[in-house]
Ligand binder design. Structure first.
Ligand code: OAD
Length: 239
């Protein structure tokens, strides 16, 4: 492990372009449940019942009740040392992009500005009619499901199963993964595509790929370094 850490640090020390890809595991030490662990969020809920456009069309109140519960859970939480380390990395490299699958907003709170939020952000709503996106930090929501001033339903500004990622955001992510010297992949099970294919893409384009995860994942076999451990402990050691 010490040797792997040293190799990873040396690569980062000479890197100009760095991309970081994060998943729910990075927020676990802040108290946000992951999706697939023993205590994972999907354990108690079926994704197709809650995180799909069909679910929202069938029962917007049920879907909003779930998001309202998650917003209430996340609201008092703070970034952990893993988030802080990633925020510091943004200032260390001439070219940097943080690609996150997390919707909790904790990376922004830690200070990252160059962020591509692949799956949206739970603190924003989108009008189902006009498409207007607005920040909304009300916890709990005074009215469920909430409505836009135009009268149409508001939905969480989240990419649900069966929906496409924002085209422009994803293009910038593809460029950052193809062009980076080092890709750090932290706290993701690497099973949800297209995010899960980014590590392979970066590797094929010549990047040095570092994975931080207490468990093995489908990308562990081909990454250059697998740092086995929690991101709140491992990431501060990298910088
Ligand atoms: P998962 O819940 O699938 O995976 C979390 C990963 O974090 C697992 O590989 C854990 O081993 C790891 N982990 C747990 N604790 C950790 C810690 N302290 N430090 C580092 N790693 C830790 O979450 P994601 O990979 O983010 O999509 O899931 C991807 C997407 O699936 C989510 O964005 C969400 C979900 O469906 C949408 O909601 C659209």
């Amino acid at each position: 492990m010490t040797q792997d850490l040293d190799v990873a640090k040396k690569r980062l020390a000479v890197a100009h372009r760095v991309t970081v890809l994060t998943g729910a595991g990075v927020s676990a030490e802040s108290g946000v449940p992951t999706f697939r662990g023993a205590e994972g969020l999907w354990r108690n809920f079926r994704p197709e019942e809650l995180a799909t456009p069909q679910a929202f069309a069938n029962d917007p109140k049920l879907v909003w009740d779930w998001y309202d519960w998650r917003r209430g859970l996340i609201a008092p939480l703070n970034p952990n040392p893993g988030h802080v380390a990633i925020a510091k990395m943004e200032g260390q490299f001439p070219e940097f992009l943080l690609v996150t699958q997390n919707v909790d907003g904790l990376h922004r709170l830690a200070g990252n500005k160059k962020i591509a939020e692949l799956h949206g952000n739970i603190w924003f709503t989108r009008c189902t009619d006009e498409g207007t996106i607005a920040e909304n930090r009300q916890v709990p929501m005074p009215e469920i499901p909430p409505r836009c001033r135009c009268g149409a339903l508001l939905r969480p500004h989240i990419v649900w199963f069966g929906e496409s990622l924002d085209y422009d955001v994803f293009q910038s992510v593809l460029s950052a993964c193809r062009a980076c010297d080092v890709l750090v992949v932290a706290g993701t099970s690497s099973v949800v595509h297209p995010a899960a294919s980014l590590a392979g893409m970066a590797k094929d384009s010549g990047a040095f790929v570092i994975e931080v995860n207490p468990e093995e994942t489908p990308i562990t076999d081909f990454v250059d370094v697998h740092l086995r451990g929690k991101s709140g402990e491992m990431l501060p050691l990298l910088i």
